[in-house]
Design a protein. Structure first.
Length: 149
């Protein structure tokens, strides 16, 4: 295992059950690899340090083929190595902590999204389009709607 930070490895940031099941390559480029390191160092590890409990990455990097196969957005930051979906033993508490870390200036994110009533949390690196956005995803008849919180 290639440790990036105290609590996160490169392997967990690129792991995809879907890619394994269907034998789809899921290896990032050098640039995407750098983004994954930045994500782990500047966002994921500081959150883990403050939370004090394990955080599981359920989806990190996704190759274009994997992203398409799982129905990801064409503009997903996952394909750039800039985003991860995470869970914990208490996602509501984790989301509250992340929001406080952003407000206190301890981390900067692109977006943090409470996905469907705390089923998981999406978190990404800041970009020119997205900076410290705190959102929630809601299922509607027409698809997914995102609201600021």
């Amino acid at each position: 295992m290639t440790k990036i930070t105290e609590n996160f490895t490169f392997e967990e940031l690129i792991h995809s059950t879907y890619a394994e099941k269907y034998h789809i390559p899921n290896l990032p480029s050098k640039e995407e690899h750098k983004c994954l390191i930045r994500l782990a160092e500047t966002i994921l590890q500081p959150i883990r340090d403050s939370f004090g409990l394990p955080i599981k990455i359920t989806s990190g990097y996704r190759s274009l083929r994997v992203n398409s196969a799982v129905g990801g957005s064409r503009t997903s930051q996952h394909v750039k190595g800039e985003a991860a979906d995470i869970t914990s033993s208490d996602n509501k508490k984790l989301m509250t902590l992340i929001t406080c870390l952003i407000k206190d200036g301890k981390i900067e994110v692109g977006q943090v999204i409470n996905e469907f009533d705390y089923s998981w949390i999406h978190i990404s690196l800041p970009t020119s389009k997205h900076h410290n956005e705190v959102l929630k995803a809601i299922k509607t008849k027409k698809g997914t709607k995102y609201e600021r919180i």
